[in-house]
Design a protein around this ligand. Structure first.
Ligand code: SF4
Length: 381
């Protein structure tokens, strides 16, 4: 089946790699090769992004816009966010746009972005350039990023946040992160792989010394991109190409590796290995130690609550009985009726207490919208 005709909830049979590997997803090689392929091929995710992910995208776009410092208005963006004028479409309230401020702790997130921005400003400060031996205007060109989208000798694809060429001809590549870049004193390996990939893509185009920089709220990391880094990256990419050869038909279930990486994978509804292993994980926490808040089974009964939302009872073939409340009428593509098969994804647990296996879940919480399952998805068959 072609990827255009494939429906998000239909299990994938055969898959084929037709594009270079996505630099920002290379680390998935160590957790799930199928997801690496999905992300590299830009398959349509079956689950909506969370508000945190949406805000992260907005923040990233803002930081990218600072390539031209004169055409941004930080204070205006801050005001919009704090006023809640930027809204998020929520699965928990279909048809309604909710302000970010109603679903996320925007102020603390903005403080984090402010720290990144301060670091960027320090780098852009002319006196700092001077102290580094460069004079004002030493960065003579904001390189057209379209130039750096794919590798020529390695099957890599990606767009660095920022590429600068100094008057000496050296190239500096910068990647901004809104999350921490160091873990236990070491740079996050997935970010390092991404950064090296950008180094490769840029160095193939520019015959110059290439330095790499990662900027996050907890600090800054720098490295060069030279022969040693290139050899390491080449070995890694060659391994990827052996596992996912371009143009070959591959069985999705042979590539999938259910585990803790499934938790933030937006392709779960169409992954047969995940669907087969999750019911065991709900009971035994294996092979997924913290299973995503998904449940599926046959609808036993549907109840209308005074809030106008619905309460659904369902049973799973393995014997589990579950309740999902706060279900908006328009959340699914088909009517929710007794006897039908239903799949709920990205729910919220109704029982407090870490470590307990929940049997009660909810989608919308009208009394506390922030606590709703904004990225929920429901499929009925
Ligand atoms: S759901 Fe899990 S096993 Fe399936 S593609 Fe995603 S990460 Fe891989």
């Amino acid at each position: 089946m072609s990827r255009e005709a494939h429906k998000p909830w239909e299990p994938w049979g055969t898959v084929r790699r037709e594009r270079p590997f996505s630099a920002s997803h290379l680390h998935l090689f160590h957790t799930c090769v199928l997801r690496l392929l999905f992300e590299s091929e830009r398959f349509r995710p079956a689950l909506p992004p969370s508000p945190v992910a949406l805000l992260g995208t907005a923040i990233h776009e803002f930081l990218e816009s600072q390539r031209k410092p004169t055409d941004h208005d930080w204070s205006e963006l801050t005001a919009q966010l704090l006023d809640g004028r930027i809204a998020v479409r929520s699965s928990a309230f279909p048809g309604t746009a909710i302000a970010f401020a109603d679903v996320l702790p925007v102020r603390s997130l903005l403080r984090r972005v402010g720290r990144i921005k301060a670091r960027w400003r320090a780098r852009s400060n002319p006196s700092l350039h001077h102290a580094m031996g460069a004079r004002r205007g030493a960065i003579r060109s904001r390189v057209v990023l379209e130039k750096f989208r794919t590798g020529r000798t390695m099957a890599l694809r990606g767009k660095p946040d920022r590429v600068e060429i100094t008057e000496t001809g050296a190239v500096e590549v910068t990647e901004f992160k809104s999350g921490r870049i160091f873990r236990e004193g070491r740079v996050e390996p997935s970010y390092l792989l991404q950064l090296l990939s950008y180094g490769e893509i840029v160095s193939e185009t520019e015959d110059a010394d290439v330095s790499l920089r990662l900027v996050g709220p907890d600090g800054e990391y720098r490295t060069d991109y030279g022969a040693t880094q290139r050899t390491q990256l080449q070995g890694f990419v060659s391994g990827l190409e052996r596992t996912l050869p371009a143009g070959a038909d591959l069985l999705a279930e042979h590539l999938a590796t259910p585990g803790d990486g499934c938790r933030n994978c937006a392709f779960r509804p169409g992954c047969s290995r995940y669907l087969a292993s999750a019911p065991t994980a709900w009971r035994e926490r294996q092979p997924i130690s913290t299973p995503p808040m998904d449940r599926w089974g046959t609808i036993q009964s549907v109840h209308d609550d005074p809030s106008g939302l619905r309460r659904i009872y369902l049973t799973n073939p393995t014997g589990g009985l579950y309740c999902v409340r706060g279900v908006p009428r328009a959340v699914s593509d088909r009517p929710l009726e007794a006897g039908k098969a239903v799949w709920f994804f990205n729910l919220r647990a109704g029982e407090p207490g870490a470590g307990r296996i929940p049997i009660n879940f909810y989608i919308a919480d009208v009394n506390s919208p922030r606590d709703s399952a904004h990225a929920a998805a429901v499929y009925v068959r």
